[in-house]
Design a protein around this ligand. Structure first.
Ligand code: PEP
Ligand code: MG
Length: 330
């Protein structure tokens, strides 16, 4: 493991738990690596959290880079809207979520834990208990999900916010919040107003960030910065898909789906450079084709990548080498 590390974060996701390690080059934190452990749906969330904590200890992690609340809801098997909210059982979900977040916040306290609000696609939700009431869309990847759904169905967003409020009220000030599938900056402004409506002052009571996984958001990065931004998370999986109009889940589109495509990279660089200039933290998920642009990503100001555990050492070395190249140039 490279010695330059001074910051480690974890990405806890719907499909797994990822650890991220950041190093410091030229006074700015930069990623070295991420680890990953498979999400086992047979395991209760408490067990997953315990395993994460163990793994975190092993890898000397310094925080959680991304905790998807999807993961906690997934563990219940129940539709967040039709099972909990529609049946007036939302307090149960708020408590489950708050407990899950609190366990993670406690495990890593005082290290940072970034929480992402719900981002289920309608086809995913249809598989949950009461999911038969979910709407059917012809293209869920372009459909009603993330922040658009949260702003339409405010009770859904409210569940995440109330859970986070409970965690804040319990005294955990090491948590931050990130919003998924944001397009226009107006959505970001609205969602922060909704946060304030729940008694949580953005950037004061809690750090606030956004996913940059749609081209439109990446093109509006300056507006996001102006409206207040603590973290820009570049969702490379989705920004590739939406820039190239290539379904990330479709094997026939894999030859088109290229995160190192110039158009995708230009959007990513736009986010990174603006954030670097404004001293805003950045992170990104990772896909193999990015390997060849590691020095470029670092010199443009990237702080972290997301990797899978089986590649942790390989990518750690590559990023470490890339960091050296960047620091030689400085
Ligand atoms: C991404 O799009 O890269 C991302 C991190 O979000 P998700 O994998 O949940 O789509
Ligand atoms: Mg995404």
């Amino acid at each position: 493991m490279p010695k330059s590390q001074n910051y480690l974060g974890i990405d806890i996701g719907a499909s797994g738990i990822k650890l991220v390690e950041l190093a410091n080059v030229g006074g700015r934190a930069r990623l070295v690596t991420y680890a990953f452990s498979e999400y086992d749906s047979a395991q209760p969330i408490g067990q997953i959290i315990e395993n994460t904590a163990e793994k975190a200890k092993e890898l000397n992690t310094d925080g959680v880079g991304l905790l998807r609340t999807n993961l906690v809801v997934e563990e219940t098997g129940n539709h967040p809207y039709f099972y909990y909210i529609k049946q007036k059982r939302e307090q149960e979900l708020i408590d489950i979520l708050a407990n899950g977040i609190m366990q993670i916040a406690e495990t890593f306290n005082p290290k940072p834990v970034w929480i992402r609000t719900m981002d289920f696609s309608t086809d995913e939700l249809s598989l949950y208990n009461k999911g038969e009431e979910e709407i059917v869309e012809s293209n869920p990847l372009l459909g009603w999900r993330g922040i658009v759904r949260g702003l339409d169905q405010k009770e859904l967003l409210s569940v995440d916010f109330q859970a986070i409020k409970k965690v804040l009220d319990a005294g955990y000030n090491n948590i931050g919040i990130i919003f998924p599938m944001v397009r226009d900056v107006s959505e970001y402004i609205l969602v922060k107003e909704a946060l304030l409506g729940h008694g949580i002052k953005p950037h004061v009571d809690i750090k606030v960030g956004s996913m940059f996984e749609t081209p439109v958001a990446a093109m509006q990065i300056e507006d996001f910065v102006k409206s207040g931004l603590d973290l820009a998370f570049v969702g490379i999986n989705d920004i590739t898909q939406y820039t190239l109009a290539a379904d990330r889940t479709n094997p026939n589109m894999q030859q088109v789906y290229n995160p190192a495509n110039t158009a995708v990279l230009n959007l990513v660089y736009n986010v990174l450079e603006t954030c670097k200039y404004n001293n805003i933290e950045t992170t990104t998920s990772f896909l193999s084709p990015l390997k060849k642009v590691l020095p470029e990503l670092l010199s443009r100001g990237l702080v972290s990548f997301t990797l899978q555990a089986d590649r942790i050492n390989e990518i750690a070395e590559l990023v470490f080498e890339a960091e050296k190249k960047v620091s030689e140039k400085i």
